[in-house]
Design a binder for this molecule. Structure first.
Ligand code: ADP
Length: 435
């Protein structure tokens, strides 16, 4: 029901009351007295209702307002309607919040809602199991007062929430957690923590398995290779049929040997066994050494290998890292350029300080790589053209090794390639590791 009252109606009513009371008063010769008494009664009536309204607003227990007639009845009705509307909205909002919380409780992950100042606003039950953050007891506390790990502080400090942060659970040091934070709404942050202990254990098992198998394969391969070489070197001439067979065995054993060697290198860099073995590495000297070493690979291809690295001119390009791993990364890029570029190609190798980063690049005028393959090149065993790669003795592990080495050295790999035009593989080392 909608009640409309205008200023004109109000005015007409007051004037009518005054005229009527004045008229009645005039019948008794007391016009002024009659008007005054009626006005006072009107005022008292209004004050009485104002008083009731204030009492109801401040002390009333029921949502139903006091009963009244006339204009005050309308006022109370209006207020009552508003309160009911508000209650309905509140109920709907509570229902939505309850549904959101039920949904968040059903998540297999710990979920926390934080303010932009990292104050805890809400958390699900999993958050208390995985992170030790109890809701509602810990409301109002800062999350970094409860999760006190240097890696978490660094994650918050960097403010780059695109990648996850890995920590050990503050309540159970056997659990490994992956934390992700994302801003939502205008002033809230959602923090999700997932238990990745099982995945990590499986990943570790896989790495150990590959490392052990590769290691175990090494000895039998060496023995087979030794015997094949012995037979090939023997003075007695072999039947041409057997000669061909032994040559094939030798080629395949060498391929397998290279594969096992690459697998061992990959498992070493994956385990990051040389993490503590970092020292100053003179990149200029190291790359010159690699260029020297790959000359024998270039014998058949006869590429024109150019470089601008002169240890005497730029002796100061050094970084802090593991020499063995860095050499392996550079060697992989240069030997790929040699292997995949058709004979008599041009390979340019550059090393320079580019702004505040160190840039190492290997550019060739080989077949190039299709854009859809570029992102997959660093996956283990990924080869664009399996038969071509097999012919070049490729295992698909070289760039995976490069990726892991760069992860340990704050480095980034950028691949620029035009199909049929050539490729450029660029490594950027961040200034953090520059000496
Ligand atoms: P592989 O041992 O097979 O060379 P990599 O991981 O080093 O393995 O390289 C992955 C794939 O990337 C290769 O199989 C090849 O198809 C492609 N690739 C790498 N470098 C080049 C290059 N310079 N030019 C063209 N293709 C390349």
């Amino acid at each position: 029901m909608f009640f409309r009252i205008s200023a004109r109606t109000l005015f007409t009513r007051i004037v009518s009351v005054i005229i009527v009371s004045g008229f009645i008063g005039s019948l008794f010769g007391q016009t002024f007295l009659a008007v005054s008494i009626v006005s006072l009664c009107l005022l008292a009536w209004h004050y009485n209702h104002l008083f009731k309204l204030i009492k109801w607003l401040w002390q009333g227990k029921s949502i139903a307002p006091p009963q009244a007639n006339g204009i005050w009845g309308r006022i109370y009705d209006g207020l009552y309607r508003r309160i009911r509307k508000q209650r309905l909205k509140q109920k709907q909002l509570n229902e939505r919040i309850r549904k959101f919380r039920d949904g968040a409780e059903a998540l297999p992950d710990a979920a926390l809602v934080l303010s932009t100042e990292l104050i805890i606003l809400w958390g699900n039950k999993k958050a208390s199991k995985l992170l030790g953050v109890r809701w509602p007891d810990d409301i109002g506390l800062r999350i970094d007062n409860l999760i006190r790990f240097p890696e978490f502080y660094k994650y918050l400090g960097d403010g780059d929430y695109n990648s996850p942060c890995l920590i050990t659970s503050p309540v159970n040091n056997e659990l490994q957690l992956e934390l992700r934070m994302m801003a939502y709404g205008s002033d809230q942050i959602l923090l999700l923590a997932r238990d990745i202990s099982k995945i990590q254990r499986l990943e570790e098992m896989r790495r150990d398995f590959v490392a052990n198998v590769s290691h175990e394969l090494k000895t039998p391969l060496t023995v087979v290779r030794g015997y094949v070489e012995m037979v090939q070197a023997s003075e007695t001439a072999l039947d041409p049929h057997w000669k061909k067979a032994f040559t094939t065995i030798e080629t395949q054993v060498s391929r397998m040997d290279r594969l096992v060697e690459q697998l061992l290198v990959l498992s070493r860099v994956e385990h990051n066994v040389d993490a503590d073995n970092h020292q100053e590495v003179n990149l200029s000297r190291l790359i010159l050494m690699v260029i020297e070493e790959v000359q024998w690979l270039n014998q058949d291809k006869n590429h024109n290998i150019n470089h601008d690295i002169n240890h005497d001119i730029a002796p100061n390009i050094s970084i802090n890292g593991n020499e063995h791993e860095l050499k392996s990364a550079c060697l992989n890029l240069i030997s790929n350029a040699i292997a995949y570029t058709p004979a008599n190609g041009i390979i340019d190798i550059r090393l320079r300080n580019d702004g505040n980063k160190i840039r190492f690049s290997v550019k060739d005028n080989g077949p190039g790589i299709k854009p859809e393959h570029v992102n997959r090149l660093t996956e283990r065993f990924f080869r664009v053209d399996k038969s071509r790669s097999r012919n070049t003795g490729g295992s698909g592990l070289g760039l995976a090794i490069v990726k892991h080495v760069l992860n340990h050295h704050h480095g980034e790999l950028s691949i620029e390639s035009d199909w049929h035009q050539g490729s450029e593989f660029i490594i950027y080392f961040s200034p953090e590791i520059a000496k």
